[in-house]
Design a protein around this ligand. Sequence first.
Ligand SMILES: NC(=O)c1ccc[n+]([C@@H]2O[C@H](COP(=O)([O-])OP(=O)(O)OC[C@H]3O[C@@H](n4cnc5c(N)ncnc54)[C@H](OP(=O)(O)O)[C@@H]3O)[C@@H](O)[C@H]2O)c1
Length: 252
Amino acid sequence: MSFKSKVVVVTGSSGGIGAAIAILFAKEGADVVVIGRDDEKLKNVKEQCETYGRTPLVLKADVSKDDDAKKIIAETINTFGRLDVLVNNAGILRMSSFVDGTFLRSFDEINNTNLRAAAHLIQLATPHLIASQGNVINISSVAGRQLVCFECTAYGVSKAAMDMLTSGAALELGKYGVRVNAISPGPVRTQILKTTDENASVQPESVPIKTILNRTSEPEEIADLVLFVASDKAKGITGSNLTTDNGYLVIR
Ligand SMILES: NC(=O)c1ccc[n+]([C@@H]2O[C@H](COP(=O)([O-])OP(=O)(O)OC[C@H]3O[C@@H](n4cnc5c(N)ncnc54)[C@H](OP(=O)(O)O)[C@@H]3O)[C@@H](O)[C@H]2O)c1
């Protein structure tokens, strides 16, 4: 599945699922834009992309900040002259409680990163995606359809809203030849559970996770699906929410 001469923006690609997605696109010949906030992690992903012969554009940016979002699209166009695929992957998980009075702060933080930033980037990318007949992939979660743990309501709300964002953007952009899809992983082995608020009364790592296949996915499995959905092999897929969860939802 060659992505030669294609330009792919992957938010939150300094680690976890986003890093696996960026590296896979680089392997398939794409010019990749790697985005995150941590210099060391960004450098590591850049070096891994370079082993496939392409130098990625690396942007230190916080997607929840409007100026940073504008910079991501502007610098992509300045550097590569086009944009073919936008992967809205950056996401955070925070535990929060109505009883403890921590809900609203987490709600704003989570939604600014997981949801508002994705909506903003789709809006900014739209003219370039129409020009390239490109597509958007939003990394959602099974948490958008089922509450996956106690006190992670705000995260679930962000992912449920991302699913509706996907449907609505697909509906509007379809007539311009732009596809928009979501991919909803179940549990994946990344740092997301370790970067939550250590003061929270419930830690997500303490929540038992059961899947039909009795396994947790690796980030590369999600990247494989993203690559397929972004490719012309998936030219008939838009407005879809593809689940890759080892059967997690079936036994919830
Ligand atoms: N892991 C799972 O079990 C799972 C399951 C379903 C869905 N997901 C979704 O998959 C996506 C990736 O999660 P992950 O598990 O790979 O998490 P992760 O290992 O914690 O990685 C998150 C990435 O997002 C970046 N990031 C976070 N906030 C950002 C911001 N404001 N601006 C720019 N970059 C930001 C981080 O980079 P820096 O640290 O450099 O800022 C990091 O590269 C998320 O949307 C998550 O909700 C994960």
